[in-house]
Design a protein around this ligand. Structure first.
Ligand SMILES: Nc1ncnc2c1ncn2[C@@H]1O[C@H](COP(=O)(O)OP(=O)(O)O)[C@@H](O)[C@H]1O
Ligand SMILES: [Mg+2]
Length: 238
């Protein structure tokens, strides 16, 4: 479970995140939409304790992310736009390394099982990451989440730059993780993918959560219209 309460981050005079309260329960997927600079990444960075809150709290499975930075990270897998993997190591070696970091040592057969479950083609398991497309790297990220038996997945624009097929596959993997009870928070600009994969959708503006929906309650055209109105792009609608 992911939750924030009155979470606030100021950078000097700028309030990047402003009294943000949200919650993502097991098996839920909240998509955060919002223009560049709305505060989405700063929110995720506070949940990861990469950035300290000015006030308010960010908690993972009931533990404060600032006070328990190591314990909370055991529950989390973080997939940013460009996942940091070792380019000279193979998919298996990266998975072994990043799942081993948490103290679990996995057999080769388990590692290949997780890569398979993440949908990576078999002939890529022993290839260096430097030869991988972005979609393939994101699959290794999902395999890491599976191997860690992750409880919380934090995604920052994971599908930007993916082709429609890779984006669709990534969405299906998120549904699979959701089915296992993972709580997922995803910042994205992709309204379509948000509508397809999310259980809940929020729109951020100037650090605040200004709109919130249950994904099933809103159609894609309604979501787009609301998004544009929220951004004050009223002229586009004529
Ligand atoms: N380390 C930082 N120092 C100063 N300002 C920052 C820093 N990180 C983010 N900001 C500012 O905070 C605001 C929110 O940024 P960010 O969370 O990256 O938004 P988003 O991810 O929604 O595009 C922006 O105005 C950005 O310039
Ligand atoms: Mg961002």
């Amino acid at each position: 479970m992911i939750s924030t309460k009155d979470l606030t981050k100021k950078f000097g005079d700028l309030t990047a995140v402003d009294h943000l309260s949200l919650s993502v329960k097991e098996g839920e997927l909240l998509c955060l939409l919002g223009a560049n600079g709305a505060g989405k990444s700063t929110t995720i960075n506070m949940l990861l304790n990469f950035v300290a809150p000015t006030s308010g709290s960010a908690t993972i499975n009931g533990l404060d992310a600032t006070r328990h930075p190591i314990k909370t990270k055991e529950f989390i897998t973080y997939i940013p736009e460009n996942l940091m993997l070792y380019p000279m190591l193979t998919a298996i070696e990266n998975l072994d390394y990043f799942s081993g970091i948490t103290g679990r040592q996995l057999a080769q057969s388990s590692l290949t099982g997780f890569l398979e479950e993440a949908g990576l083609q078999k002939d890529a398991f022993h290839k260096r990451i430097s030869t991988f497309s972005k979609g393939m790297r994101q699959k290794v990220g999902i395999a890491i989440a599976l191997a860690k038996d992750t409880k919380v997945l934090l995604l920052d624009e994971p599908t930007s730059g993916l082709d429609p097929k890779a984006s669709n596959e990534f969405g299906n993997l998120l549904q699979k993780l959701r089915g296992k009870g993972v709580a997922i928070l995803m910042a994205t600009h992709d309204l379509f993918r948000a509508k397809v994969v999310a259980t809940h959708i929020g729109i951020m503006k100037d650090g605040k959560l200004v709109q919130q929906f249950v994904a099933d309650d809103i159609s894609l055209p309604q979501l787009e219209k609301t998004y544009l109105e929220t951004m004050n792009y009223k002229e586009v609608l004529s």
